[in-house]
Write a protein that binds this ligand. Structure first.
Ligand code: ATP
Length: 306
C-alpha cells in the first residue's frame, strides 16, 4: 500500500451505558466496570506531514471549541508525541481538529482526538500495519477512555476503563443528547462521589448483565430500564439542573435517561427516529440545555476516511 502524507480520521463520542465506580486504588484512580457505546457524534481530524522540520502545529475549529487547548495540553498533541516516539519518527506534523463532540461534556472528546491521532500516525508511518507499536497500549498510556475511542462499537471496560473488550450487539440504538450550559471537571465529580459515599467500604465494580443482554438482543426497552451511572448523583449535586433535565425524558417518551460519564451531557434512549425528534423538540423548548443533538450507536471507533 502507498503511504499517504495527509490522513483524515473520524472519531466518535462515547457514552457509558453502565458506569459502576468501585473503590479508589492506591494510584488515586477509581476502579471501574463500564459498558461503553460509541455514538455518531464525531470529531474529524486531518493529520499531515509538514516536512519543514518545525515540529507540531495544531488548530481547532468546528461547532464545539470552547476551552480546547491548541498546544501541548491538548491530548491530541501528546498522542502525536507518543506515536512519534513509538514509530521512531520526528513529530513534524500539522493536526487540524474539527470538533463536533461537546467539550468537557462527559463524552470523551479529548480522548477521541488522541485516538484519532494514533490512528492517523499509524496510517502515515505504518500503512501495512507491520511495525511493532500496539496502538491499544499507546492509547492506554494517554488516558482511560482512549483505547475505547480506537475500538468503538459497544465494549466492556475495566481497570480505570482502559482495558476494553468488544461486546456482542445487534441493531442500532437511537439517542438524544442534551448539552448542558457549563462544564463539569471529571476529577471534581469523582471527588463529590467520594464525599457522598463517605468512609464506608465500596464494593468492587461490576457491569449489570441486563445491560449486556439488552445490547446483545438490540432491545431498547430493556436497555432503557438497565441504564445506570454511579457518577450521576455527584454530577447532579454539582449541577442540579441535570435532575430537571433528566426528568423530561419519561415525560416525552424516552425509554431511559442518564448523565453521560462525569456529565454534564444527558443522554436519552428512545425507540426510533420519530421519538428522537419529538424528544429533541421538547428538550430544546425546555430552556434547560444549550443544545440538543441526535445520534445513533454503536458506530465504529477511530477510522481513516478516504
Ligand atoms: P474526560 O475525558 O475527562 O471525561 P470529557 O469527556 O468530559 O473529559 P473532554 O472534551 O475530553 O471532556 O475535555 C476535558 C478537558 O480536556 C477540556 O476542558 C480541555 O481543557 C482538555 N482537552 C485537552 N485536549 C482536548 C481535546 N482534544 N478536545 C477537547 N478538550 C481537550
Amino acid at each position: 500500500m502507498m503511504s499517504h502524507s495527509v490522513v483524515s480520521v473520524r472519531v466518535p463520542a462515547k457514552l457509558n451505558l453502565d458506569l459502576s465506580v468501585g473503590p479508589v486504588r492506591p494510584d488515586g484512580f477509581h476502579e471501574l466496570a463500564t459498558v461503553y457505546q460509541a455514538l455518531s457524534l464525531f470529531d474529524e481530524l486531518e493529520v499531515s506531514e509538514r516536512g519543514d522540520g518545525r515540529g507540531l502545529r495544531l488548530s481547532v475549529g468546528g461547532r464545539e471549541t470552547a476551552g480546547v487547548p491548541t498546544g501541548p495540553d491538548n491530548l491530541a498533541w501528546r498522542a502525536a508525541e507518543l506515536a512519534a516516539e513509538a514509530y521512531g519518527r520526528v513529530p513534524d506534523l500539522s493536526i487540524t481538529i474539527d470538533k463536533g463532540i461537546p467539550v468537557a461534556g462527559g463524552m470523551a472528546g479529548g480522548s477521541a482526538d488522541a485516538a484519532g491521532v494514533l490512528r492517523a500516525c499509524a496510517q502515515l508511518w505504518d500503512p501495512s500495519g507491520e511495525a511493532e507499536p500496539e496502538l491499544g497500549d499507546l492509547a492506554a498510556r494517554l488516558g482511560s477512555d482512549v483505547p475505547f475511542a480506537l475500538l468503538g462499537g459497544t465494549a466492556v471496560g475495566s481497570g480505570r476503563g482502559e482495558t476494553v473488550t468488544s461486546a456482542m450487539g445487534s441493531g442500532k440504538f437511537h439517542w438524544v443528547l442534551a448539552l448542558s450550559e457549563g462544564q463539569l471537571s471529571t476529577p471534581a465529580v469523582y471527588r463529590k462521589l467520594d464525599e457522598i459515599r463517605g468512609s464506608g467500604a465500596t464494593p468492587r465494580p461490576a457491569v449489570r448483565p441486563e445491560v449486556l443482554l439488552a445490547v446483545r438482543s438490540g432491545d431498547a426497552h430493556a436497555l432503557g430500564r438497565a441504564l445506570r451511572n454511579d457518577l450521576q448523583p455527584a454530577a447532579c449535586s454539582l449541577m442540579p439542573v441535570l435532575e430537571m433535565l433528566l426528568a423530561l425524558g419519561p415525560e416525552h417518551g424516552a425509554l431511559g435517561a442518564l448523565v453521560s460519564g462525569s456529565g454534564p451531557t444527558c443522554a436519552f434512549l428512545v425507540a426510533d427516529q420519530d421519538s428522537a425528534l419529538e424528544l429533541a423538540v421538547a428538550l430544546s423548548a425546555s430552556g434547560l440545555c444549550r443544545a440538543v443533538r441526535r445520534a445513533v450507536g454503536p458506530v465504529p471507533g477511530a477510522s481513516v476516511v478516504d
